[in-house]
Design a binder for this molecule. Sequence first.
Ligand SMILES: *[C@@H]1O[C@H](CO)[C@@H](O)[C@H](O)[C@H]1NC(C)=O
Ligand SMILES: *[C@@H]1O[C@H](CO)[C@@H](O)[C@H](O)[C@H]1NC(C)=O
Ligand SMILES: *[C@@H]1O[C@H](CO)[C@@H](O)[C@H](O)[C@H]1NC(C)=O
Ligand SMILES: *[C@@H]1O[C@H](CO)[C@@H](O)[C@H](O)[C@H]1NC(C)=O
Ligand SMILES: *[C@@H]1O[C@H](CO)[C@@H](O)[C@H](O)[C@H]1NC(C)=O
Ligand SMILES: *[C@@H]1O[C@H](CO)[C@@H](O)[C@H](O)[C@H]1NC(C)=O
Ligand SMILES: *[C@@H]1O[C@H](CO)[C@@H](O)[C@H](O)[C@H]1NC(C)=O
Ligand SMILES: *[C@@H]1O[C@H](CO)[C@@H](O)[C@H](O)[C@H]1NC(C)=O
Length: 814
Amino acid sequence: MRRRRVRMNKIVIIFACLSMLQKMAYAADALTPTSSINDGQELISAGQNFSLGFFTPGISKSRYVGIWYKNIMPQTVVWVANRDYPLNDSSGNLTIVAGNIVLFDGSGNRIWSTNSSRSSIQEPMAKLLDSGNLVLMDGKSSDSDSYIWQSFDYPTDTTLPGLKLGWDKTSGLNRYLTSWKSANDPSAGSFTYGFHHNEITEFVLRQGMKITFRSGIWDGTRLNSDDWIFNEITAFRPIISVTSTEALYWDEPGDRLSRFVMKDDGMLQRYIWDNKVLKWIEMYEARKDFCDDYGACGVNGICNIKDVPVYCDCLKGFKPKSQEEWNSFNRSGGCIRRTPLNCTQGDRFQKLSAIKLPKLLQFWTNNSMNLEECKVECLKNCSCTAYANSAMNEGPHGCFLWFGDLIDIRKLINEEAGQLDLYIKLAASEIESTANAIKRRKIALIISASLVALLLLCIILYLSKKYIKERTTTDLVAGNRNHNEHQASPLFHIDTILAATNNFSTANKIGEGGFGPVYRGKLADGQEIAVKRLSKTSKQGISEFMNEVGLVAKLQHRNLVSILGGCTQGDERMLVYEYMANSSLDHFIFDPTQRKFLNWRKRYEIIMGISRGLLYLHQDSKLTIIHRDLKTSNILLDSELNPKISDFGLAHIFEGDHSTVTTKRIVGTVGYMSPEYAANGLLSLKSDVFSFGVIVLEILSGIRNNNFYHSDHERNLLVQAWRLWKEGRAVEFMDANLDLATIRSELLRCLQVGLLCVQKLPKDRPTMSSVVFMLSNESITLAQPKKPEFIEEGLEFPGYSNNSMTITLLEARN
Ligand SMILES: *[C@@H]1O[C@H](CO)[C@@H](O)[C@H](O)[C@H]1NC(C)=O
Ligand SMILES: *[C@@H]1O[C@H](CO)[C@@H](O)[C@H](O)[C@H]1NC(C)=O
Ligand SMILES: *[C@@H]1O[C@H](CO)[C@@H](O)[C@H](O)[C@H]1NC(C)=O
Ligand SMILES: *[C@@H]1O[C@H](CO)[C@@H](O)[C@H](O)[C@H]1NC(C)=O
Ligand SMILES: *[C@@H]1O[C@H](CO)[C@@H](O)[C@H](O)[C@H]1NC(C)=O
Ligand SMILES: *[C@@H]1O[C@H](CO)[C@@H](O)[C@H](O)[C@H]1NC(C)=O
Ligand SMILES: *[C@@H]1O[C@H](CO)[C@@H](O)[C@H](O)[C@H]1NC(C)=O
Ligand SMILES: *[C@@H]1O[C@H](CO)[C@@H](O)[C@H](O)[C@H]1NC(C)=O
């Protein structure tokens, strides 16, 4: 009975929906002067590919007329008619008046309209095509392709296959993309992306009037950039057509839906629809790295993304305009010549290959010259600074001359992409001095090589003598090896421990680590110790335990807590450490009163200490060890506040030359775990580098990164740090207790190093040796960190929300 009623209700609802849908859907794909569509109705293209109708973007309250894919959820809008003239309610209607498509509001005001002035249209008709193009045509005209107006001529932020971007002399149109203001506001944002054509042809991305990216010039066969190469290997075929009357770019329709979007933050993204997973797949991103930022290295600088982490260099024969600014990674001043050009006496040229040519700001071009004529032309004019061929079709030919500073040169990732070589004018003495320098270096190399050979010979002679002498004793030592190792990590008797810790009295308990409680104690000889009592559930066998104790005891560094030994009794295991008077770092930096004791000098020493300790673990000890659980509570402070890394329980030793391992069981602490490790169990030394970066940011700000998996990225400490740094407001990120007036540059440097360490891709993060180097050398230039990003989904940590807690207790070592 009851079930039947439920079913009845369902049927009623379905009927109601159907009739609503019928009312909403407007069967036609075309609009005529006698028809109109209201809010709620749609035009649908003949093949059901696209819909045109009224929509509300995101959390906006306004209504817009737009075009979207009919069968794709969530709604993906590709064009907006009244982007700058929103409707406030659902009273709008779209119709044709006097040969134009017009949008009215409820009171009959014209909100938006096409602006054809053609009057002799017999039967005006607006039709939504399967390509996503809304066209206005004469229904009586036999030429079905002659459109009076088409939405493809007025793109918003998206191009679709068939939409031609660029400049067309016959129609006088220049079609370019303009970003939305935000995801909730389709009105024209500040970014535009257009195909510019003015003797040179290239795409230029601007924010307002400022250029922020350029595609590289069209050389008749391809764009002078990596993107073009990336394009060629993907499924769709971009076409460029440059003639005297047009400079157009479009994609040929492929076998899958694709769109190219300029997002509201100025990023350019290609999407392909995947029918299997029913999702848009991001294909490639133009403007993919730091070196793609326009003028990233300033004038006369060159950007090389493989030159991690510095990226920027001055062109040969140039030096930083201000060494000080350059060192503090401010490249806006760029580089200047070491030696001024001598105009009268023959200057020389330095060839530069596999690069994106500099922006042609002040230039001259002649398409029929050859390279030699081009060079002569450049030598004639004192202010000419470089030349290159201008085209590649029908072989390299033509001539570009640059005058004044050279800007926006990058080394291309794909060398093939740089077909045109650049010849930079330098004073003759500069070329000679480089040649001499190379010669000198060669000679030095030969000398040092022979010295090394000599030295080796001596060593070999010495050793072989020694070997023969000691041979008889060697076997004996080998036989005793195990014994020797155990000596390095003495076993404590349980009675000693019980006496030292007052029978593990609660008064002596000083903390709770991931493995169990930690007690303070005092040995009979007066030495203070900390005893960590491992949880009894630990599956570790005695021999493994001893191995570990032995291993850690071998690690001797002033920034690592030293282990004095171990103790086993029944199924109890204990580790005995030196006692640290000042507990751990988190007690200081996150405590409003305690952190006042840590002035900048002290914090800087702590950061340096941690980095040195970690460097030792990673490469300077005989083993390659990943700590895996670095966090402020594992950084202990001795009586002089020197930092010591502790808690090697999760440490993983790399054997052989494996630099990355995959682990099934992910252990570590939320907030400090690198994204690739947390999500995929990919463990490498760079996971520690990530945790180190988090610690640096916490030390600078005095704030815990406890929103690591918070979906609101802006509230995440790392994103916050990056954003403030990027906006030049880094000072706001720093703990107010720090003296920002006097030590600003050092703080900024630490912040930048921290940000480099928390980059998403492990390969982008520096190694610990670079970190130590960057921190201790004021003079080197640091790279621009990329925005930190996190995995938002697919992460489940059962029951753990407390960020100071290590997630899994012990993992069986393999
Ligand atoms: C929508 O409302 C705003 C503010 O209330 C007003 O300025 C604007 O003219 C209205 N637009 C339309 C189309 O009615
Ligand atoms: C659309 O608006 C026009 C102008 O206000 C009006 O004449 C027409 O009747 C409206 N059509 C519908 C279906 O509301
Ligand atoms: C109407 O013409 C102006 C200038 O010719 C142009 O900027 C505008 O985008 C056009 N509007 C539409 C909807 O075509
Ligand atoms: C319309 O969509 C179908 C299938 O989704 C596709 O095969 C066809 O090429 C599309 N038509 C156009 C003009 O894009
Ligand atoms: C970078 O240097 C320029 C001068 O070359 C200066 O005007 C600018 O303020 C500096 N920027 C920063 C962030 O220090
Ligand atoms: C150019 O070089 C010649 C010979 O080396 C020298 O005499 C002359 O002064 C130089 N001119 C300039 C402008 O440096
Ligand atoms: C271009 O170069 C060719 C060959 O050197 C020359 O004949 C022609 O006059 C040049 N054109 C211009 C505009 O300078
Ligand atoms: C050198 O080139 C610049 C820029 O084209 C031009 O203004 C100047 O007159 C030229 N000078 C000579 C000597 O040809």
